[in-house]
Design a protein around this ligand. Structure first.
Ligand SMILES: *[C@@H]1O[C@H](CO)[C@@H](O)[C@H](O)[C@H]1NC(C)=O
Ligand SMILES: *[C@@H]1O[C@H](CO)[C@@H](O)[C@H](O)[C@H]1NC(C)=O
Ligand SMILES: *[C@@H]1O[C@H](CO)[C@@H](O)[C@H](O)[C@H]1NC(C)=O
Ligand SMILES: *[C@@H]1O[C@H](CO)[C@@H](O)[C@H](O)[C@H]1NC(C)=O
Length: 319
């Protein structure tokens, strides 16, 4: 009993301190404060502010588990087309994730994603990284209940209809996200190395460093085969405006590249013990949504080769 009272007053005090320290900079208290565990974690996002009600009320939320038995082969799904390639921007430690904010400059044309399951053109605006504090956790989506070592989200907004990302993110058909899993292996991705190296320069929240250039096309794994469904952002406000495209191949990263990300902190230099790793929203219910794929499981002998994640799952179990 005594203990409870102390705990409650601790929370109240923390809240007051937070309100006090954040009223000065004009940014909203809650957008500064949410994270991935405890009283400001995923279970609480929906009740933190009216803006974020979909985090608790939404029935078309992300991430989900991809049950291979639920996949519906859809022969009308086209290949994904990417126009443009090079991006420049800023690598940002947001506390809750490592992001690349793509910055339009005269050097390169904006990169666009079309076709696949998409009826509009989507322009790449930001890239976000989710990862765990050890190998075997880190992805937000799972396949047949198995998680990967991390997950990259290439977030693009519907530029046929909207002027910018912030406008599009709350609107129907506003956003498309290409997701690729990170998988620790012997090979390592050179482009991922560029980011891992830059992340060493932004260990604490709010730090930013310029990304001179990155080839998005070579950063992405093979994009011929994918799974698509309609879902939401995996962070507040959980808007249900996202067409997800989950690639059937992971990005190969080395253990030491992931270790570099695991040094990122959630907060400032005075709180070195709070790490960013495990920035993962729990799996949300599918609620009878359709999971479509362009992977044709019935094509005889090529089937084994193309069901990459099932093969992959088996390998992980053997290990
Ligand atoms: C991508 O779309 C934008 C907006 O319509 C356009 O300005 C840009 O030229 C396109 N990029 C490429 C590589 O075609
Ligand atoms: C975008 O790039 C320009 C020129 O390189 C720079 O001056 C500007 O600050 C950058 N904007 C952002 C939002 O990073
Ligand atoms: C986004 O576009 C809307 C509508 O065109 C505009 O009102 C708003 O200022 C833009 N926001 C940013 C951050 O550029
Ligand atoms: C990353 O940093 C390591 C160690 O400093 C260096 O050897 C390597 O060349 C860098 N790689 C890239 C792609 O910048």
């Amino acid at each position: 009993m005594d203990c409870n009272i102390k705990y409650n007053s601790y929370i109240t005090l923390t809240l007051l301190l937070l309100i006090h320290s954040h009223t000065g900079d004009g940014s909203s208290l809650w957008s500064v404060w949410w994270n991935y565990d405890g009283i400001s974690g995923p279970m609480m996002w929906g009740s933190m502010t009216n803006e974020w009600y979909m985090c608790s009320k939404g029935k078309n939320q992300s991430p989900i588990d991809i049950d291979p038995n639920m996949l519906l082969f859809d022969p009308t799904l086209k290949h994904i087309e990417i126009q443009g390639d090079m991006i420049t921007g800023t690598v940002v430690n947001n506390g809750v994730d490592l992001s690349i904010e793509v910055n339009d400059t005269e050097d390169f044309l904006p990169v666009n994603i079309t076709l696949g399951p998409l009826s509009y053109k989507y322009t790449v605006a930001r890239i976000k990284f989710h990862f765990g504090s050890w190998d075997g956790v880190g992805s937000e989506h799972s396949v047949n209940g198995e998680f990967f070592d991390g997950e990259v989200h290439i977030e693009a907004f519907n530029s046929d209809v909207f002027a910018n990302f912030s406008h599009a993110q709350k609107a129907p058909r506003g956003v498309a996200i290409i997701a690729a899993f990170l998988q620790v292996g012997k090979r390592s991705d050179e482009n991922f190395e560029i980011l891992a190296n830059l992340s060493k320069l932004v260990p604490y929240k709010g730090q930013r460093v310029r990304l001179k250039e990155l080839s998005l096309v070579s950063f992405l794994p093979n994009k011929d085969n994918y799974i698509t469904y309609e879902g939401s952002f995996t962070q507040p406000g959980c808007y249900e405006t996202v067409t997800w495209i989950i690639l059937n191949r992971p990005i190969a990263v080395s253990h030491s590249q992931l270790e570099t990300l695991r040094n990122l902190r959630q907060r400032d230099v005075n709180h070195p013990q709070s790490f960013m790793a495990d920035n993962i929203r729990p799996i949300m219910p599918l609620n009878r949504r359709t999971l479509r794929t362009n992977i044709n499981f019935k094509r005889g002998c090529t089937m084994q080769e193309e069901r990459y994640y099932q093969l992959n799952t088996r390998k992980r179990v053997e290990k």
